[in-house]
Design a protein around this ligand. Sequence first.
Ligand code: AMP
Length: 459
Amino acid sequence: MKIFNTLSREKEELNKKEIKMFVCGPTVYDNSHLGHARTYIAYDIIAKYLRYRKYGLFFLMNITDVDDKIINRAAETKKDPKEIAIQFEKAFMEDLKTLGIDSIDKFARPSEHIKEIIDQIQRLLKKKFAYETKTGVYFDITKFADYGRLSHQNTEELKKHRIEPDHTKKHPHDFSLWKKREKTEMGWDSPFGFGRPGWHIEDTAISEKYLGQQYEIHGGAIDLVFPHHEAEIAQMESVSGKKPMVRLWTHTGFLLVNGEKMAKSLGNFVTIKEALKKHGKEVLRLFFSMSHYRSPIDFDENNLKRTKNTLDTIYNSLVVLESIDKGKDPETEIDSEVERIKSAFIEHMDDDFNTPYALSSLFELVDLINKYASTGKKISHGSKGLIETTLLEICAIFGILQDYAPVKITGEIKKLVAEREAARTKKDYKKADALRSKLEKMGITIEDTNAGVILKKKS
Ligand code: AMP
């Protein structure tokens, strides 16, 4: 399997079977928007696919609960920063659940890892990669020759960024490890005085604890490359003396609105809750999967509506499959076609998780079903099972078709669906409605869509 590495700007082989992955989680000071969902859905699909391919994966995410944005929001709303963090972490967890993001093994909060953070800063001070001033502890960029490698910037370019302007720093681009603060503010006692950690050290302290000093995959959206991930490399490799801290640096493209990043600060955002209410989780997941995780995506309501039709077509294909008559002889021709499609799907996903190409394999499978249904040919019981399993397996990686109600569980359901179709054809809507109610009582929702009838589990 090959994955694009931001560091080398090349696709590189994932040459281990046990994988540790760290993805930067949200700063919990507000509700998450659809841009966040874009990134977290991408990593959920990546995690589900790695597990499908039998990689042993440990997936860690931090929840930034100590940050200036949280402290500012607390001051605005006259609340305690802890209360703000708890409130929005809860909202984030609900969003993950409703979006079907269930692949993360462990969440970690900086507020619960202050000891590890202080310890890492002390080691950096001891090795002279960091220095203390009146305002805090800073990382000395000049001591780390590789600073700028991840974001592909030279020293001159780096100097243009004025990170945390503070005249007490040795260099304008040195970043803070510890911010000294008054006792009245949120903070902790430390050997360098009362205060709180910088953002970057929170993540390396957490990743060192749970993943070690070197691991396979680190992720986040493209805006995190600099300074966040650049700083993480500087900290961790200076502490450990080992390179590389991370084998493969992966970054998602932005969700855009009229060419601009969807962002709280720009006011052009749609909350996850609003989007879920309007489109449902599976439409959103399919919509994002239609673009490569590294590509930017334009938020487009019309495209989302079209995605609903595409999703219905996939749901409908299983109803169509069930309607195809069973023949006695195994259809070897169809079996090998399904195997070919499955191999193509794997080939696309193994190539840096190329979800748009992988989806084209899924649509090939849907077309295959519809083609067989229209020819009136029969399919053996075994072939039907192979098609259904393959289709559901692929869909599970994208997190779609999770509401599919398999008609095959009882012949009675299948009979009722057919009777309802016949009643509708004869315009006997009373009978059709009665049959719908009967199905609902059995836990099946029947929907008439542009793509045809679809069946879902009653929620
Ligand atoms: P934040 O809470 O702002 O630190 O963001 C959490 C994660 O979501 C980070 O990886 C961000 O880069 C990512 N993110 C924020 N906005 C967008 C967007 N419009 N598109 C894709 N990812 C985003």
